[in-house]
Ligand binder design. Structure first.
Ligand code: 4GS
Length: 246
């Protein structure tokens, strides 16, 4: 899968892309991330990418021409790709959206900066807007990195398929608690069922812990999992014992 990232600060991506799983996925040829410096498409000698807002007010606005030239040059390559702007105005990124995006062969991610970009770019070249959360970043770079990370790990082969199957959000429930050695740490034991060797009991305990935790911390997710038909009759009986009211 290919990502083209359009940014005023390509160096911000070096760390995340050159460590751990994203590094390995690129070396394995599963992931191809290309960084494009928007400023390189500015035509004046000062390489101006921003300007004062019409109508006045604080801050600067990303100019239309350099960003448009950059988007068009990158879009001219194959395969076709959506042009996604990272912005707090966008649709909130969810695991379901990450799964949808992971099926595309290529994504273009545009990192906004300053107060935002010239609105006419939205009307012409931007095809989708995504937000990583209801808070304000200094630029879209970290948001784009979140998209690359969440999507790349869903590309077949990037990580072990078993580890994406049962994790938080993939089926609408939070994860069960994990433990590793030692069996007792600072007086705290591991739940005995996990060392019992009864695989059926372990699976049941984990399912219960996922339900218990989702009810306690994210009742909104539990309601959604129920509405989506993700809960079994056994799940509903257990949740009733916990006092859950659908
Ligand atoms: C986000 C966000 C963001 C908004 C960029 C203010 C600089 C900044 N981008 N999800 N201008 N949240 N962008 O805060 O995507």
């Amino acid at each position: 899968m290919r990502f083209d990232i359009l940014t005023l600060f390509p160096a911000m991506f070096t760390g995340p892309l050159t460590e751990s799983i994203l590094k390995r996925a690129q070396q394995a040829g599963l992931l191809d991330v290309r960084l494009h410096d928007i400023r390189a498409w500015a035509s004046d000698k000062h390489r101006t990418a921003d300007d004062a807002p019409y109508g006045g007010g604080a801050g600067m606005v990303m100019k239309a021409e350099p960003l448009a030239a950059c988007i068009r040059a990158v879009l001219a390559e194959e395969p076709p790709a959506p042009v996604i702007l990272m912005s707090p105005d966008g649709e909130l990124l969810t695991q379901a959206i990450a799964q949808e995006l992971a099926r595309a062969p290529r994504l273009l991610l545009v990192c906004g900066h300053y107060e935002g970009l010239d609105e006419r770019l939205r009307a012409t070249l931007i095809t989708r807007e995504l937000s990583v959360g209801d808070y304000v970043l200094t630029g879209g770079e970290l948001a784009a990195m979140v998209v690359v990370d969440a999507v790349a790990r869903l590309v077949p082969g990037v990580i072990d398929a078993a580890s994406t199957a049962e994790e938080s959000h993939s089926d609408g429930l939070l994860e069960y608690p994990h433990y590793t050695r030692p069996a007792i740490w600072e007086g705290l034991p591991v739940p005995p069922v996990l060392v019992s060797g009864h695989h059926g009991e372990v699976a049941k305990w984990r399912r219960h812990e996922r339900l218990r935790r989702t009810l306690a911390r994210r009742p909104d997710l539990l309601a959604r999992a129920y509405a989506d038909g993700q809960l079994t009759r056994a799940d509903l009986l257990f949740l009733a014992e916990l006092g859950w009211e659908r």
